[in-house]
Design a protein around this ligand. Structure first.
Ligand code: SAJ
Length: 418
């Protein structure tokens, strides 16, 4: 077994640290968030994932906020965030910071594996040159760099770090061999060897861009079918009865999260820097980013039917998280919906049971009291059970086409469903 150091103990790194430790590796976890380290030391799950909660109590690995343990490490797994900047360009700050700290301390023979989502070229053109300069070592001889893109799916009860198939790329054959050997030591899943670091980097970007363009496809259909009076969800469900060559996605109020709306920009930017313009991927991003406006347009249409202008109308936006039943509002379309509503003079109240500190109303009923209209931006289960006749709401825009208990007196607007 090896001395393993995991840098970044979030929803990706913490499961890796727990599982490698469980399988007998000597593991140290590094994170700059000291309160998180205290929680882990107290055997408390700082993330809110069942996989972690089930294992955190018998944590054997040590956690620290310094990089001293790197010098004895055989394997270092980098699981730090890769956010985007305001202009959607990739922000490699955390990756560069972690790799610099590792390069300052690592010994000869160290295997460095990046799991963070990065665009093709980052390992070859950023990470390796940086680590060689800082360490004075030669990559591929004195140390190795590999990429094994993370595939953690927050909140997924079935797929977790132990059973999700993985792809691996490395600087050379020896690096690849060592990396596959490492993952085989603690994973039950298949591991596919890629031909290069760039291929491994491209796999993750392609997986998530595939999802973004397919969501854009059904979002555009939803806007078109609204004009045509066709229920797009019924049509998608009909198409999904085809047992091959069709994969259903569903329209909604927009695409949030730190993966799907972000990863395509990594490829768009890198390709642009190398002389190719991803018109199709960019258009898909434009369509998905335009869904909050479509939601507000649906509200305006509904208010027109009851003779209410948007300006001065009291609107409740339900759901700040980007995904149902989780507390994660990164890149959430809800905030764009709120911005547009307020820009047009609507009086907005917000409520999300997972974000009481960010909600302006303190309960669902409080958000619906004296409220003319509602937008459901996230399908939290609390909203699905509600009986929508109990309040004086006149218009409801269902941003996620849920099946709700709607009273006929309430004007219902879906996303391509009515
Ligand atoms: N969304 C739609 N229509 C869809 C699916 C999603 O509008 O048909 C929206 C969601 O409402 C959300 C956003 O897209 O705002 C992202 O949803 P997501 O289900 O893709 O959730 P994420 O962000 O947790 O994506 C993760 C990704 N996992 C990794 O990157 C390792 C993604 O690759 C997975 O496909 C996805 O989980 C999943 O399948 O649940």
């Amino acid at each position: 077994m090896s001395k393993v150091v995991v840098v970044g103990l979030g929803y990706v790194g913490l499961p890796v640290a727990l599982l490698t430790s469980e399988k007998g590796h000597n593991v140290t976890g590094i994170d700059l968030d000291v309160p998180k380290l205290e929680k882990i030391r107290d055997k408390k799950d700082p993330i809110g994932e069942d996989f972690i909660a089930e294992r955190i109590s018998n944590t054997k690995f040590t956690v620290t906020d310094n990089f001293d343990s790197i010098k004895d490490a055989d394997v270092v797994v980098v699981c730090v965030p890769t956010p985007v900047n305001e202009d959607f360009s990739p922000n490699l700050g955390p990756v560069k910071g972690a790799c610099t700290s590792i390069a300052q301390k690592m010994s000869k023979g160290t295997l460095v594996i990046l799991e963070s989502t990065i665009n093709p070229g980052v390992c070859d053109e950023v990470v390796i040159p940086l680590m060689e300069e800082v360490s004075g070592m030669k990559c591929g001889e004195d140390f190795y760099v590999s990429h094994c893109p993370e595939r953690i799916n927050p909140g997924d009860p079935k797929w977790n770090v132990s059973n999700i198939p993985r792809v691996v790329g490395s600087v050379n054959a020896e690096g690849l061999r060592l990396t596959v050997e490492f993952y085989k030591s603690f994973l039950d899943s298949d591991i596919k060897e890629m031909g290069s670091l760039k291929e491994a980097e491209a796999v993750k970007i392609v997986e998530n861009t595939f999802r973004d363009v397919n969501i854009a496809f059904v979002n555009e259909l939803a806007m078109s079918f609204t004009k045509l009076g066709i229920n797009v969800v019924n049509v998608i469900d009909g198409a999904a009865t085809k047992p091959f060559a069709f994969m259903p996605h569903y329209p909604g109020a927009g695409v949030g999260g730190h993966c799907i709306p972000v990863d395509p920009y990594y490829l768009i930017e890198y390709a642009k820097d190398n002389g190719f313009d991803h018109k199709f991927l960019s258009l898909a991003r434009e369509i998905n980013n335009g869904m909050p406006q479509f939601v507000v347009d649906q509200l305006i249409d509904g208010l027109n039917e009851v003779g209410l202008p948007l300006k001065g109308t009291k609107v409740a936006v339900l759901g700040l998280s980007y995904k149902a039943n989780v507390a994660d509002d990164r890149q959430s379309p809800s905030y764009e919906i709120i911005r547009i509503l307020e820009e047009k003079g609507a009086l907005v109240k917000t409520f999300d049971p997972h974000y009481s500190n960010k909600s302006s109303a303190n309960s669902l009923n409080d958000s619906l009291t004296n409220t003319d209209a509602v937008i459901i931006a996230t399908s939290h289960k609390e909203f699905l059970d509600h009986h929508w006749a109990e309040n004086d709401v006149k218009v409801l825009v269902d941003g996620r086409n849920n099946s709700l208990n709607i009273d006929p007196k309430v004007i219902y607007k879906g996303i391509g469903t009515a």
